[in-house]
Write a protein that binds this ligand. Structure first.
Ligand SMILES: C[S@@+](CC[C@H](N)C(=O)[O-])C[C@H]1O[C@@H](n2cnc3c(N)ncnc32)[C@H](O)[C@@H]1O
Length: 289
């Protein structure tokens, strides 16, 4: 690991030119071309982060990969586009030869993820949620560029418009914080939406849940009815929560909680509800995928 000032990094526009690509928005290809943003990304990792093996999802033309190689001992980069993979393998031949960089060609939702210690990624926005839910259970620090509205939902507090399923489920795994808003002009081609960088510092929640998968399904279920009371949300969503006996759950929970809206419950209140639902609702745990 060297001081980031010890060498200059590859110019993002020159990388795009050498790769001979324009970036296809239909395939989530918006390359980060603002050097200042690129330079700041790795700095958002918590200072005590183990940087022995960094993961980048959606490496594109390698502008961020170049920075990760400076800050991490080893880097694994996943990229779905075969033409970009070919370019990355030639552009970073030296780092690959010395085993500092591995480029995996494939879909980040399918490929086997290596045992990494942290991830810094400018995520493909259409798959942000699914990719994050592959990474979050690994309990490693994450720095991710996502759509700004998605970032706001990740970091939202109870009682706000943005607070929802994503806030509770992402917050279950880590402390989510927006560390930098990023304008469209920082990318080529510019995306139609604004972006933001979110840092996720893994934590052990202050509450317990009966079973992670049941908790996530239960929260997802209840939030599909966010304008209803918790009572009705539990009753109406058994096809998602897999509760066999929602009436027994409802009768075990105090009225004050049942008459609230899902968006007003804190994560620990959700956990208490999920514990009760798991105990009294006879969830079909074995039938889940
Ligand atoms: C927003 S661009 C980021 C590129 C580069 N890291 C940068 O910051 O300039 C996202 C990249 O992810 C790739 N990609 C899209 N969907 C993917 C998927 N499901 N798995 C892996 N890579 C994907 C795209 O081809 C594109 O190169």
């Amino acid at each position: 690991m060297k001081d980031s000032s010890s060498r200059s990094f590859r110019d993002p526009d020159a990388l795009i030119a050498r790769a001979g690509v324009a970036g296809d928005p239909n395939h989530d290809q918006h390359f980060l071309v603002d050097d200042r943003v690129l330079d700041r990304l790795t700095g958002y990792l918590p200072t005590d982060t183990d940087r022995s093996h960094l993961l980048e999802i959606g490496a594109g033309t390698g502008a961020l990969t170049d920075r990760l190689l400076e800050h991490g001992k080893r880097v694994t980069a996943i990229e779905r586009d075969p033409a970009l993979v070919e370019f990355l393998r030639s552009e970073f031949e030296d780092a690959i030869t010395t085993d500092r960089l591995t480029v995996i060609e494939g879909d980040a939702l399918d490929v086997e993820l290596p045992d990494v210690t942290a991830s810094v990624s400018n995520l493909p926005y259409s798959a942000s949620s699914d990719i994050l839910f592959r990474l979050l259970p690994r309990s490693i620090p994450l720095v991710v560029m996502v759509q700004r509205e998605f970032a706001a939902r990740m970091a939202a507090d109870p009682g706000t418009d943005e607070y929802g399923r994503l806030s509770v489920t992402a917050g279950h795994y880590g402390e989510c914080e927006i560390v930098e808003p990023v304008p469209r002009e920082a990318f080529s081609p510019s995306p139609p939406v604004e972006s933001a960088v979110v840092r996720v510092v893994p934590h052990t929640p202050t509450y317990t849940v009966p079973d992670d998968e049941f908790f996530l399904d239960f929260v997802t279920a209840v939030f599909t009815q966010r304008r209803k009371t918790v009572r009705n949300a539990i009753r109406n969503t058994v096809h998602i929560s897999n509760l066999r006996d929602p009436e027994n759950v409802v009768s075990a929970i105090e009225d004050e909680t049942l008459s609230k809206r899902p968006g007003d419950l804190s994560p620990s209140q959700f956990a208490a509800l999920a514990r009760s639902a798991f105990k009294h609702g006879e969830p079909k745990v074995d039938s889940r995928d």
